[in-house]
Design a protein around this ligand. Structure first.
Ligand code: FMN
Length: 308
């Protein structure tokens, strides 16, 4: 049997290696007072019906209120809202003081200037160990293209390429998803297959690596929003992919292929192929998520999604 204390440590450490978004989950108490806490356990669950989940610790002072409330909202914090995250994670007397919040259509507090919000009715509450899982049915939402606040190894960061302060190191690999007219740009992977233009992130950081990578392709494109973050545990690599709308140029090598799942049969890296297939599907639906996880498993967060 696994030593429970060791398993606890391993779980905590493993979770710490994922990048996540940051949310403030809100509801109201019996007297209509706003309640909220910072949470990064947000995940999308189902598209039909639209369901999402967050987890609340049993030792939270808000546990009873949230697990018995008929509704809650998930506010996805924007990159400049680190202070709000801190306030809602600390024992502050009135976390909503000085915040111009409003009640959303389903009855929970919506915070101003967030990257996105989802106002939910409680679909199901599941007690699970020292947490409860709150599954919400999305009744109303608003998603902007504002970049969300990121969280990685206990530190906040902004995942937008142009301002990236993602911790860098020799094991971080950045990929450019160069899109133009319903097509995506692929290059030879050197092993008889196809891949995205990819570069190792050096001392100058993610944004510099991405800009140089785009320039090397011969295409003209702007570094755009974060699309996928996953760990390749076997190779000890962290992969970060950014969507980069392409506006012209002449490719040095490589070619555009249609953004449909069938185009990716020759992409040999399985995690990359799955990511591109998801991109094709989401591009068809006009609704993008961000993938966080490892090469096999992860979650897709509908963070700061584009609305069409
Ligand atoms: C980035 C971040 C993410 C967090 N995610 C969660 C979470 O998913 N679930 C949770 O119960 N607490 C989470 N916490 C901790 C709560 O925000 C914090 O413990 C709680 O608000 C403490 O106050 P309370 O007992 O008044 O709720 C997180 C804290 C931070 C800083």
């Amino acid at each position: 049997m696994t030593d429970p204390a060791a398993a606890r440590r391993a779980l905590r450490d493993a979770f710490g290696t994922f990048m996540t978004g940051v949310t403030v989950v809100t509801t109201t108490d019996g007297a209509g007072r706003p309640l909220g806490f910072t949470a990064n356990s947000f995940a999308s669950v189902s598209l039909d019906p639209p369901l999402l989940l967050v987890q609340i610790a049993q030792n939270s002072v808000n546990y009873v209120n949230f697990t018995t409330a008929a509704h809650f909202a998930v506010n996805i914090l924007a990159e400049g809202q680190k202070d709000i995250s801190t306030t809602f994670a600390r024992p502050v007397a009135d976390r909503f003081a000085g915040i111009d919040w409003q009640i959303g259509p389903a009855g929970s507090p919506i915070l101003p200037d967030v990257a996105a919000w989802f106002d939910c009715t409680l679909f199901k509450m599941v007690e699970a160990g020292d947490h409860a899982i709150l599954i919400g049915q999305v009744e109303a939402f608003h998603a902007t293209s504002a970049p969300g606040l990121g969280y990685y190894r206990g530190t906040y960061f902004t995942p937008v390429a142009t301002q990236a302060t993602v911790p860098t190191g020799p094991d971080i690999i950045v990929s450019a998803i160069l899109e133009q007219g319903g097509q995506v740009f692929l290059v030879d992977d050197g092993f008889g297959g196809l891949t995205l233009p990819t570069a190792r992130v050096g001392r100058d950081g993610t944004a510099a690596a991405l800009t140089a990578l785009i320039a090397r392709t011969g295409l003209i494109a702007a570094p755009g929003p974060l699309y996928s973050v996953y760990e390749d545990v076997a190779r000890g690599q962290q992969h970060i992919a950014f969507r980069c709308p392409c506006t012209g140029g002449q490719p040095v090598k490589g070619a555009f292929v249609d953004l449909v799942p069938d185009s990716f049969a020759e992409v040999t890296d399985q995690a990359l192929r799955v990511m591109l297939e998801r991109l094709a599907e989401e591009s068809r639906m006009g609704n993008y998520g961000i993938y966080f996880g490892n090469q096999d498993r992860g979650q897709i967060a509908l963070v700061a999604g584009e609305t069409k």
